[in-house]
Design a protein around this ligand. Sequence first.
Ligand code: PMP
Ligand code: GLN
Length: 384
Amino acid sequence: LVARMRPFGTTIFAEMSALAVRTGSVNLGQGFPDTDGPAAMLDAAAAAIHGGRNQYPPGPGVPELRAAVSAHQKAFWGLDYDPDGEIIVTAGATEAIAASILALCEAGDEVVCFEPYYDSYAASIALAGAVRRPVTLRAHAGGYGFDPAELRAAFGPRTRLVLLNSPHNPTGKVFTPDELAQIAALCEEFDAVAVTDEVYEHLVFTDADAPHMPIASLPGMRARTLQISSAGKTFSCTGWKIGWICGPRDLVSAALRVKQFLTFVNAGPLQPAVAVALDSPPSYYEAFRDDLQRKRDRLCEGLTAAGFAVLRSEGTYFVTADITPLGGTDGVDFCLALPERCGVVAVPTQVFYDDATAGRHIVRFAFCKRDEVIEEAITRLARL
Ligand code: PMP
Ligand code: GLN
């Protein structure tokens, strides 16, 4: 194995899901729903498979999906992207992130990202030979925040990209307009590109401080932003791996240049089905959010009753909790012991930090599960 990949073991998600299967635990670790997405989407996929759409689709993605992404960006975020040249389809957000970084970073270039960060970020930055410059999100009473001075200090002459994930996994933080404006101003000052991971764009709860706002919608930012999302989270089909990138022509064509040699094209019959899902009425998106918000509230109640100090989650599939009141000091040890103690799997957040001390006492629970699964987890956690 090449040196730049040696620090990376098996992903924590695969490791914790395997632990859940091995121990028969309720899996609140890896974030995937346990119900299927909209019936019209599933029917459209079956129809496409039986209708002969089983060969290589066009490299940038099937035209109806690019058109549907374009209409979605306009309807929800007021952003105009030409389906022909400003939108490409990828193998989930994961490939979109990797292709964007590999396309834009020379070896030694720096990528500013907020930690804890989704685990593929560090690996994609390493694959490009780039250097990550983490800015730590710290838990406080109102949620998670960063120190503006620390953010500024992370920028420098080698900064090429800012990798921004909002709503944020694993914390559930939604970046506020003021925080986004600070980031945008630094992108302008240091001539950096923003690569945004917005896979949870439709999961901002009604009690969040602010609605979701793509940084691309701030003045001057559309020209320097690659906006990434995916069908997996919004339409409960994480195994389909259909994602997309929207941005100005020059940046999108750079990402496409790389993407064509990573996967060439992606699942042909699933793309028209995702186009159908994106055309869902606004009521679908609202019901989806309300359902997850209710699940969040119930799980938070159960975690609090079990003795965790629950931290605020404003969005995503996830809530984080402090294990200190339960006598825990190390999240990894705690999560490895949890199946034995009560038959539940969670994910330690310290693996998403460069600063090994920052998230040491914090663990993440996923609530994108059927109500009876959440109830079972709550019953088991009460044994702690
Ligand atoms: N980014 C974040 C923040 C995620 O939580 C995930 C997990 N699904 C991904 C990217 C990956 O998305 P995809 O499955 O579409 O590759
Ligand atoms: N995004 C999901 C999570 O954070 C899982 C993704 C994965 O398994 N790579 O749990």
